[in-house]
Design a protein around this ligand. Sequence first.
Ligand code: AHM
Ligand code: MG
Length: 335
Amino acid sequence: MQRIITIERFIIEREHEIPGATGEFSKLLTDLALASKIVWREVSKAGLVDIIGSTGKVNISGDVVQKLDEFANEIFINVMQKGGHLCVMASEESKGLIEIPDELAKGKYVLVFDPLDGSSNIDVNVSIGSIFGIFRRVTTSGKGTERDILQPGRNLVAAGYIVYGSSTIFVYTTGNGVHGFTLDPSIGEFLLSHENIRIPKKGDIYSVNEGYYERWDENMKRFINYLKAEDKATGRPYKLRYVGTLVADFHRTLLYGGIFMYPGDKKNPEGKLRLLYEAAPLAYVVEKAGGRASDGFRNILDIEPTSLHQRTPLFIGSEEDVKLAEKFIQGKAED
Ligand code: AHM
Ligand code: MG
């Protein structure tokens, strides 16, 4: 039998790999694992209790029920603000900065997160997830400010995601390898299941909402037509997979290779996905696994955010596939 390694043990054993890390950083990651277990517990009950109704509805027991994405947001805030390691947070579900209350200790890290991604899939038993990124603060003391949040992905010191799917998996990196832990619900522990994930250099799957085809520009259309054309030598046609939950589509892309895309289009020039809560953390993960993420022109990690809820087009996955996408998007490819 293989050695059983819990996420807590793994994080503590790897702590020395993070330059300047004190136990603080490990605690932050284990707190995130705890928050995600609480979210998982509610997600797994979603069809049983009446929790998926809209906010303010009353369930059969007379309790006021809350939307699962708002619940997840509150859990992450509640668990993470008490650790004493953060100075400020920002979430896809919260309009402004999430300050650490006066009475609680502040630390040197900053958390950005999407508490429940893929919310349109909750009611139909399709995988959903959470995404997080951790920066070091740039201000020196007291409460963190917007300056601490608006950092390029290149500055992340850790990032990861959780997929609540056929099983629940927690994947993270602190810059040194990308590691996955599967939840054993019977003991309530995340156990090491995917050590040092590497994304294939090239894949044979593309993932995009092709329903928006007519809204795309010619370069984007040409790229998709290229991937669908028959050509044995270059491994085409590619297969199409689209869950509609970024975290789930990303997780498959990380393990099998290929490319996930959410481009800009005529209606939404910057696409739909958020730079700080979705694109940058996953870009950090993919790069540490040997892949690439781009907005079609720039590496996602190089984009300097200017506002909290900024959106960005996203092309993410195997290095060769993303580089090819960039060539097409920039009008430099021959099909
Ligand atoms: P959400 O914030 O409502 O969960 O939306 C984000 C999700 C992503 O998980 C997914 O990649 C995308 O929206 C799908 O959008 P679309 O339905 O336009 O294809
Ligand atoms: Mg989301």
